[in-house]
Design a protein around this ligand. Structure first.
Ligand code: NAD
Length: 248
């Protein structure tokens, strides 16, 4: 029960890694405010966690600065404090550079980059009061070049450096800021990820690794560790959980 008495906000809680993280934190005693744009996904998370078991769903879009600030403000107003922010909501699309249009570029950069920034901006003053922490969801795609995913790589590279830059700015406070960088994880995002026609399979093999896909809970366990007091000396770190994909 590492999160007993603590309040956590988890974005992307309606599916995959966000849901698994919400389940873990609630299972270890946290009051979790889980946000998503997918109402049906949030309903399923409520069913899986169980009514009244420390999970409060909120439909909220991380692309909106106002919505992010409202989400954090209402969590603090309802529960009195904020200890943990997990920025997990994200989107991915596979395109050749020439096929990326404005809509795809804006979607990926706004959800994956702006969402992390606005949520963190809203949460930081409350985390300073509680001595809390932020865990961001980066990716192996933020640490290595991956074909057919240039906007996604750009967005996850930004998550890596936002994590480090925010960690520097928070250095003289008690706040910790870290990120997790998974390789492939079996979720809706991975299942619906479309690579372009006639994609070069040899190039794609470079971002697949040798040890198969992870499960969402493999990643949630690392998020929970970084969010817990056990990780009190970890600040500004990007923890790869990719079964060696970025090792060489
Ligand atoms: N699955 C993988 O292979 C993998 C690998 C590395 C990193 N990641 C990252 O993990 C995170 C979670 O992805 P996942 O694999 O669990 O995918 P997922 O699709 O299962 O879950 C992502 C959730 O984010 C939500 N979301 C999308 N746009 C949103 C918005 N504007 N506002 C609020 N919520 C929004 C979706 O509705 C969905 O419920 C993402 O940041 C993703 O980039 C995933």
């Amino acid at each position: 029960m590492r999160f007993s008495g603590k309040v956590a906000v988890v974005t992307g809680a309606g599916s995959g890694i966000g849901r698994a993280t919400a389940m873990r934190l609630a299972g270890e005693g946290a009051m979790v405010i889980g946000s998503d744009i997918d109402a049906g996904g949030l309903e399923s998370t409520v069913e899986m966690i169980g009514e009244g078991a420390g999970f409060h769903p909120v439909i909220s879009d991380v692309r909106s600065r106002d919505a992010c600030h409202e989400l954090v403000a209402s969590a603090v107003a309802d529960h009195g404090r904020l200890d943990v922010l997990c920025n997990i909501a994200g989107v991915a699309r596979g395109h050749r550079v020439g096929d990326v249009d404005q809509e795809v570029w804006d979607l990926i950069l706004r959800v994956n980059v702006e969402g992390v920034f606005w949520m963190s901006q809203a949460a930081l003053p409350h985390l300073e009061s509680s001595g809390g922490c932020i865990v961001n969801m980066a990716s192996n795609a933020g640490l290595m070049g991956q074909a057919y995913t240039v906007p996604y790589c750009a967005s996850k590279g930004a998550v890596v450096l936002m994590t480090k830059a925010m960690a520097m700015e928070a250095m003289r406070t008690g706040v910790r800021v870290n990120a997790v960088a998974p390789g492939g994880v079996e979720t809706n995002l991975a299942a619906s990820f479309g690579f372009p026609d006639r994609a070069d399979m040899e190039l794609m093999g470079r971002c697949m690794g040798f040890r198969g896909m992870a499960q969402a809970d493999d990643i949630a366990s690392a998020v929970a560790y970084l969010a817990s007091d056990e990780a009190h000396r970890i600040h500004g770190a990007v923890l790869s959980i990719d079964a060696g994909l970025t090792a060489g």
